[in-house]
Design a protein around this ligand. Sequence first.
Ligand SMILES: Nc1nc2c(ncn2[C@@H]2O[C@H](COP(=O)(O)OP(=O)(O)OP(=O)(O)O)[C@@H](O)[C@H]2O)c(=O)[nH]1
Ligand SMILES: [Mg+2]
Length: 362
Amino acid sequence: MEKVILLSVIKHGEQPDIEELSGLVEALGYKVVGSVVQHRRSFDPSTYVGKGKIEELKRFAEVKDASLVVTYHNLSPSQIRNIEKATGLKVRDRTEIILDIFAERARTKEAKIQVELARCYHQLSRLRGKGKGLSRLGGGIGTRGPGETLLETESRAIRRRIHSLKREIEKYAKRRSLFTERRRKSGLITVAVAGYTNVGKSTLVRRLTGEDLFIKNIPFATLDTRTGRIFLRGINRKILITDTVGFIKDIPHELIASFKATLQEVADSDIVAVVYDITSPNLYTESEAVGKILKEIGASDKPRITVFNKIDLVEGKEELFRLMIAGKVKNSENSVFLSAKTGEGVGSFLTKVEEIVTTLSL
Ligand SMILES: Nc1nc2c(ncn2[C@@H]2O[C@H](COP(=O)(O)OP(=O)(O)OP(=O)(O)O)[C@@H](O)[C@H]2O)c(=O)[nH]1
Ligand SMILES: [Mg+2]
């Protein structure tokens, strides 16, 4: 099993979530054997952390028998090269780790195409950001050295691939929008279940619809949206509910761009149920991340239900958690507490849905 050391710069006011990064790396089957962090005002342009830290990293890796370094921030090709040369270790960044997880989990053709598109964007942004570093290989500014030509050829190939992937994605997007249109015409209301990864979205949708969904204690178990039906007994009405892909903080921008079609389902829904895991120690940053992404995909003005899931894990301390959470989660409108696993409290969620559906239909 490949052993990994995490490497991060902590800039003033920024709080890289090393714990979460460790979980992501282990989701790929690697073993995290330690981490090296450095407080700095800015990244070192050639080696991300300072030269002294690189030495420390090298010695630490020898002691721990590690062969791979994963950095929290995105690096340039020259930063990667320099760290690899100085330490003899392979270097990858958080975005690549997330892309690998997505690639591993993608089941449908559409998800696979979206992952490949995200990879292309990531490569391109690297080449672009690093244009400066690479073109230096080819002499001074204004000259067309061999380095620069290579860079151009490479990025042209990637751009061409992006173009064709986008065209394929477009087909799926069209199918989706036809479906949305038909649904709207038929007056069917849709609830999208969104939220941070691994909070229990699929478990909730499965409980409500009986759909056979993939549920696992891993990040990004779900990469495709799935829609099922619920019958609301209180108001004698059928609605649709959609399970969606989970969010993460400092989400690679490439992923949002690539999964736009999938995330569109949230934007096209009538009600958004935002699920949280009440036992998470990072509720505040998670709710910030969720809020940011909902805004970016144009879904922040939808009627919202905030679902605090996994109350079975805090048996007897529920009141305490209610108080604690009150100050921790941003925009927690219409909140309900439940356990998707045991079913406790799920009725209160349905009642909330019924209330909102009724007002929407007035
Ligand atoms: N104890 C407890 N565990 C739960 C509950 N709901 C979900 N889980 C567990 O949490 C883990 C993640 O559940 P999922 O339903 O896959 O979560 P998700 O939000 O769909 O995750 P992604 O698709 O990966 O973003 C699984 O191990 C579930 O069994 C709950 O109410 N209580
Ligand atoms: Mg899921």
